[in-house]
Write a protein of this length. Structure first.
Length: 192
């Protein structure tokens, strides 16, 4: 009976682990969305979106769902009201925009092992820096400019944080903020 109770308790503790993620809000708020435009003609844009996941500066498999990432970015570009057409399908366009999104996760594997071995009683912490590097090119391929934006997310993992799970911040709103901030800066620099 004791073994069964211990096994049930261990299973319950393993399934009730929690984590809390929060943004550092390093990125300034976008002042106006959708962006204002004074131009009569809006350009067509071709977007090339790629992503990368690094753990302690080492490239690893995993990371973003590429289709979801492209959809998020295209939706923000269309919502900016600065483009007549935005597509990821190869075609002729007025602007060629390359968007590279990377997730630089940093944390201690020793800390993660200790957290796991103690059934999340001892907390563990990881930090994710999301970077969006965007290059704007004209129809001839000449580089008009580059913009880089970043935001940091910290995640704590601990048994008692199970109550925080419903309040965890998703990465999607942060990716939307990065995209909007990039477009605002591009408009300020007259790249779009």
């Amino acid at each position: 009976m004791k073994i069964l109770f211990t096994a049930l308790l261990a299973t319950a503790l393993m399934s009730l682990t929690g984590c809390l993620s929060y943004s550092h809000h390093d990125l300034a708020k976008v002042e106006q969305w959708p962006l204002s435009t004074t131009e009569q003609r809006t350009p067509a844009a071709y977007l090339k979106v790629d992503s990368q996941y690094l753990f302690n500066e080492q490239a690893r498999a995993g990371g973003f769902n590429q289709a979801n990432l492209e959809n998020l970015i295209v939706t923000q570009y269309q919502g900016s009201k600065r483009f007549s057409n935005v597509t990821t399908a190869k075609q002729n366009a007025d602007l060629y925009i390359s968007v590279h999104v990377s997730n630089h996760e940093r944390g201690s594997m020793a800390s993660a092992v200790i957290t796991g071995l103690t059934l999340f009683v001892i907390p563990g912490k990881f930090s994710n820096e999301l970077r969006m590097e965007t290059t704007f090119r004209d129809a001839e391929g000449k580089v008009l400019g580059r913009i880089e934006k970043r935001e940091t997310i910290t995640t704590w993992m601990q048994l008692l944080l199970i109550v925080a799970v419903p309040f965890n911040e998703s990465v999607d709103p942060i990716l939307n903020q990065l995209t909007q901030s990039t477009l605002e800066e591009a408009a300020r620099q007259k790249l779009i």
